[in-house]
Design a protein around this ligand. Structure first.
Ligand code: ADP
Length: 476
């Protein structure tokens, strides 16, 4: 079961589940299908390890996290290949993700030694106040399939840096990257029980354990808003600390003073990254009417050059969708939009030619003349569809962009400083990219408002999620 591979005492593994390659539909591995008893053992191991680990010096925790960074760098190629096979992204993108994932180990190795407290001037002459931060306890973590290693290190690294122990359940589609990450933790010598992995085809019992077991003090979840809301409600009953990184519906706004060619290039890069399967993927592309034709034609031209295929093959620039339901959702949204008057500029169908028919491939697609009555305008797409909506003025586009219950990422292209500042301040989203399609890094707080979640990951804020604040009042 859990993390520690061979070193953990585990029951004989009774069952397993199959991992498939979404590019070929072929089975690539069998992994342990852990059940209730394994979950219980993982939580018990974490709880037992907590005392010693929370008492270890920050220097020791930092050292192990640095070692994890170095080993992950050494194994970058292996990790990238595993990720491409189970998740589908092109190998180059997988390498980038492994780097991003490793960055969290290094960043939080550094931050571990900077969990500073404070002294506060007290109201009485004979009184002293000190504030210190302590780890919150055992953490339960659940991660998604779209970024199979960075979503794990983004939780594990700050939790371990803070002095927490952790039990993590990866998505059932992508457990192999998780197994590789936890092997690294094992190989660099994190003590037994500090980091535990539970792989399972049935997430329900893990969710129940993480939200009800009194030994779990914090739940951290990345996934859909629907599941996050359900887990958050359950965790609320026992007043567990909760962080949620949920869905998004990112606006991408191109003002008339922006260079439409540069903006279209940015849109093509960020929209089709990971085949559109990212919570920060632009889902509504608003382009000023005066430049919409040029923008659309440049975007369509670039999109037309994307090469879909098995990410392990040279020259492939876009992978498959993760599974059949994902493909069906994309198909449904495109048909709905076209039936309601959207113009299909490029793409618009499944890819079934030689070599692609066994995977879940959909042609990179550009739709223009999208409007508010279409499903694609309201729902998160999580697929390779770029819907373009023309707009006429700043006030109306700001209102349209904010007209969603989600609030994760937003993008703005403008060369006018005042427009940029007004949009930065006016958009109700947690991450705003101004002429920037990649406003993410281990050092920067990532997270959303509204239905996009609670809390932040990365940066100093990401460490605070795993810490309690303690006030000491001393009478002297
Ligand atoms: P997606 O639709 O992107 O797969 P999900 O929210 O269903 O998003 O999945 C994200 C993570 O949540 C995965 O690890 C999945 O196994 C887990 N998950 C799904 N349903 C539950 C549940 N009822 N309890 C706990 N975890 C769940």
């Amino acid at each position: 079961m859990t993390s520690r591979g061979e070193r953990t005492e585990v029951s004989v593994i009774e069952s397993s589940f199959t991992v498939f390659n979404p590019a070929t539909g072929q089975a690539i591995a069998e992994v342990p299908d852990h059940g209730q008893a394994d979950i219980e053992r993982a939580i018990a191991a974490s709880d037992e390890a907590y005392g010693a680990w929370s008492g270890a010096t920050a220097y020791r925790r930092a050292g192990l996290l640095r070692d994890a960074y170095a080993l992950m760098m050494e194994r970058k190629e292996v990790l990238a290949k595993v990720m491409t096979e189970e998740q589908g992204k092109p190998l180059k993108a997988a390498r980038n993700e492994v780097q991003y994932a490793a960055d969290f180990f290094l960043w939080y190795a550094e931050e571990a030694r900077r969990v500073y407290g404070a002294t506060i001037p007290a109201p009485r002459a004979d009184q002293r106040f000190i504030v210190s931060h302590q780890p919150i306890g055992v953490v339960g973590a659940i991660t998604p399939w779209n970024y199979p290693s960075s979503m794990i290190t983004r939780k594990v690294a700050p939790a371990l840096a803070a002095g927490c122990t952790i039990v993590l359940k990866p998505a059932e589609q992508t457990p192999l990257s998780a197994i590789e990450v936890f092997k690294i933790l094992d190989d660099v010598g994190f003590p037994d029980g500090v980091a535990n992995l539970v792989t399972t085809s049935d997430p329900g019992p893990v969710g129940r354990a993480f939200t009800t077991d009194p030994r779990i003090r914090k739940l951290t979840f990345t996934g859909s808003t629907e599941v996050g809301r359900m887990l958050g409600e359950a965790a609320g009953r026992s007043l567990k600390r909760v962080s949620m990184e949920l869905g998004g519906h990112a606006p991408f706004v191109v003002f008339p003073d922006a260079d439409p060619v540069h903006a279209a290039k940015g849109a093509s890069l960020v929209k089709f990254l990971n085949t559109g399967q990212a919570c920060i993927s632009p889902n509504r592309i608003y382009v000023h009417r005066s430049i919409v034709d040029e923008f659309t034609s440049v975007l369509a031209d670039r999109v037309g050059k994307l090469v879909a295929g098995n990410g392990l093959e040279e020259g492939v620039s876009i992978g498959p969708l993760v599974d059949a339901p994902a493909l069906e959702k994309v198909e449904r949204q495109v048909v709905d939009a076209v039936n309601k008057g959207a113009e299909l500029v490029t793409g618009g169908s499944r890819l079934t030619e030689e070599g692609l028919n066994d995977g879940y491939f959909y042609a990179p697609t550009v739709l223009s003349e999208v409007d508010t009555g279409m499903a694609i305008y309201r729902e998160e797409t999580f697929g390779p569809i770029a819907p373009i909506i023309p707009f006429d003025d700043e006030a109306s586009v700001l209102e349209l962009a904010n007209d969603t219950s989600y609030g994760l990422a937003a993008y703005v292209y403008t060369n006018d400083l005042s427009t940029a500042m007004r949009m930065f301040e006016g958009l109700r989203f947690g991450i705003i990219g101004i002429n920037d399609i990649n406003p993410t890094a281990a050092a920067a707080p990532f997270g959303g408002m509204g239905d996009s979640g609670l809390g932040r990951e990365g940066g100093r804020e990401g460490l605070a999620e795993y810490l309690e604040t303690k006030l000491g009042g001393f009478s002297i």
